[in-house]
Write a protein of this length. Structure first.
Length: 362
């Protein structure tokens, strides 16, 4: 009997860097646009929902040790597999398309304005596809390496970004729940829902302790909160709401006299882009795991190359940033379906299986 190695540290770090790659770009602007004051409440609501569904998801997975969600749903029935696995695959495909196109655009706008968009997208998809082709072990080892290299830089710049804040902008703290129905706030859940589904795909390969995931989620709370508040405390609500990438603009205003480089923004962005490439690799690997289960006659590498080519070509049908924003919005409905349906269904089926097992043993 094969004993799975405990990879709690690797899983925790992958969880952290996947979310960090998503937090600092789109999330602050979405939350700042959703309300004019009391930004702590939208962040708090998102974090609480995040914790609730992570716990439900992990509890549901605990009923099916050494099984990924593909085998779990397939074992329950063909109709169940279609109902849950098909939307998950569609969601992964949409994530690949939106993330590749959006972050290529961001790279072009921020620091590679003269580089063609197709070249940036080709670089991102090529590196992430190569990592995905090497398998889950390589992805997680790469995550450990990137964490050692870039997490200290991210944390250093994060604390340094408080340099220009004016704490008077923190008031008023009054808030209402009107933001919940706003489009921009609903889109902000891209940063919450994108990084935890991989927990249901790694169980057959190695084990992890659930408390490490909860620690990782707790570690991310200040980043969710201050990625929003640092731009607000630096420029004020009115100005922050008009900027394209509020936190990146706030980081660009940092001045460190003793640092030999003029701009820390470059190191910050390169660190986050490396996280995004690994995130794309992880999502690609998950999508191919689904395809390989239903198309076992085709080699996974061929499926991966076909998926990468399809995503890359599809990016050319998205002409500008307005269309990227439309895709973000259209994907929101699927995102909430995945966020709610997958954790609750696993929990429900797991409880039912456990109850049946008890009943049969009596």
């Amino acid at each position: 009997m094969k004993i799975m190695a405990d990879k709690s540290l690797h899983v925790m770090l992958m969880y952290v860097i996947s979310h960090l790659g998503l937090i600092f770009f789109m999330y602050p602007g979405n939350v700042i646009s959703s309300t004019e004051q009391g930004h702590w409440l939208p962040v708090l609501v998102g974090v609480v929902i995040h914790f609730i569904f992570i716990n439900i998801y992990m509890k549901g997975l605990s009923y099916f040790p050494k099984k990924d969600i593909i085998r779990i749903y397939a074992g329950i029935g063909k109709g169940t597999a279609i109902l849950f696995i098909a939307p998950v695959f569609l969601y992964f495909s949409m994530i690949l398309l939106i993330t590749l196109r959006a972050y290529a655009e961001i790279i072009t706008i921020v620091f590679l304005s003269k580089t063609p968009l197709w070249a940036i997208m080709l670089l991102l998809i090529s590196i992430s596809t190569y990592i995905a082709a090497k398998g889950v072990e390589t992805i997680f080892r790469t995550g450990l390496l990137l964490s050692l290299l870039f997490l200290p830089i991210i944390i250093f710049i994060f604390f340094t970004s408080f340099q220009n804040v004016d704490w008077r902008y923190v008031v008023p703290l009054d808030a209402d729940l009107g933001f919940i129905i706003k489009r921009t706030y609903l889109e902000s859940f891209f940063a919450f829902s994108g990084g935890f589904l991989f927990l249901g795909f790694v169980q057959p390969y190695f084990s992890y302790d659930r408390k490490y995931i909860l620690w990782a989620a707790a570690f991310l709370i200040p980043f969710f909160l201050f990625s929003v508040y640092i731009p607000v405390l630096t420029f004020g609500q009115a100005t922050s709401a008009t900027t394209f990438l509020p936190y990146v603009v706030a980081v660009d205003a940092i001045n460190i006299n003793w640092l030999m480089f003029d701009r820390v923004t470059m190191f910050f962005l390169l660190s986050l882009i490396s996280f995004i490439m690994l995130y794309l690799a992880l999502v690609s690997w998950k999508a191919i795991r689904i395809l390989s289960h239903y198309l076992p006659s085709i080699k996974p590498v061929k499926l991966l190359l076909a998926l990468a080519a399809a995503v890359y070509i599809a990016c050319f049908f998205i002409p500008d940033w307005k269309d990227v924003e439309k895709l973000f919005w259209w994907n929101t409905f699927l995102r909430f379906y995945i966020l709610i349906a997958i954790p609750f269904s696993l929990f429900f089926f797991g409880r039912r299986m456990k109850r049946k097992g008890i009943d049969e043993s009596i």
